[in-house]
Design a protein around this ligand. Structure first.
Ligand code: NAD
Length: 253
């Protein structure tokens, strides 16, 4: 598998004691094992540093960023370019939050907060990385955005989250159409329910209910998603753009 040089990857939050990990951290580890140089970016700088410490030897970096802030994102993309003397050629947008509440009780603030990180953040990072790639004149690149199966089917208590993830999918398809002429591929990954700090907040009985509905018989692990990202980042997926890849164990098929 041939992977390009610099990866810009959102990181997962701090690990629960004993160790599961989030999707972004698993993506960092998988891409680093493929020989990529990984720029770990997250608003949780301590967590990003922890991810960095877990990577194999290489010129990997960890930087803080709030993906919802255009100045911050521009600064991050500039730091990647300066440090590696080239823009990120692979970008995996894993930053995301939930503030679950039923529609009848959802506050405007909670709605805005989730849209800001999940949808606007994906827009800002996708735009800044694509601009840097186009400006560099070097053809090619792979942008992978983290959607969710919930963006397709909805989910109780996640009116804001589901809307944000549906938006991520539409944004990515549009980016794929506009950026194809530059050789930049854009794809969405739609995880089902994956063990991570995000789902640690979900009551165990709800997780058990979802696990029982999964045809493959278990919840997902971050590595299940990371492996698909590695494929979408690689040349093996060279004829795939604008696609949404479900990584759900068959949930909701
Ligand atoms: P996670 O909470 O472990 O990771 C999310 C990361 O995003 C955290 O490290 C957090 O610090 C970071 N983040 C939050 N706000 C940010 C901001 N403003 N700027 C920069 N970073 C920010 O959760 P995860 O499960 O690893 O989720 C990763 C992605 O996968 C998210 O986009 C999530 O919506 C998506 N996803 C997760 C699941 C699941 O079941 N875990 C399912 C579908 C989609």
């Amino acid at each position: 598998m041939h992977l390009l040089n610099v990866h810009l990857v959102g990181r997962s939050e701090s690990l629960p004691a004993g160790g599961g990990s989030g999707i972004g951290r698993a993506v960092c580890a998988r891409l680093a094992r493929e020989g990529a140089l990984v720029a770990v970016a997250d608003c949780n700088e301590a967590g990003a540093a922890e991810t960095l410490r877990g990577l194999p030897a290489g010129d990997h970096q960890a930087w803080g960023v709030d993906v919802g802030c255009s100045e911050g994102v521009a600064g991050l993309v500039g730091r990647v370019q300066t440090h590696y003397s080239r823009p990120a050629t692979i970008c995996v947008n894993c930053a995301g939050i939930t503030t679950d509440e039923f529609l009848l009780k959802q506050t405007e603030e909670a709605f805005d907060a989730v849209l800001r990180v999940n949808l606007k953040g994906t827009f800002l990072v996708t735009q800044a990385v694509a601009q840097a790639l186009v400006a560099s004149g070097a053809p090619g690149g792979s942008i992978i955005n983290m959607g969710s199966i919930v963006g397709k089917v909805g989910n109780l208590g996640q009116v804001n989250y589901a809307a944000s993830k549906a938006g991520v999918e539409a944004l990515t398809k549009t980016a794929a159409k506009e950026l194809a002429r530059y050789g930049i591929r854009c794809n969405t990954v739609l995880p089902g329910f994956v063990r991570s700090p995000m789902t640690d907040k979900v009551p165990q009985k709800v997780l058990d209910k979802f696990a029982a509905m999964v045809p493959l018989g278990r919840l997902g692990e971050p590595e299940d998603v990371a492996d698909v990202c590695a494929f979408l980042a690689s040349d093996e997926s060279r004829y795939i753009t604008g696609a949404s890849v479900e990584v759900t164990g068959g949930l909701f098929i």
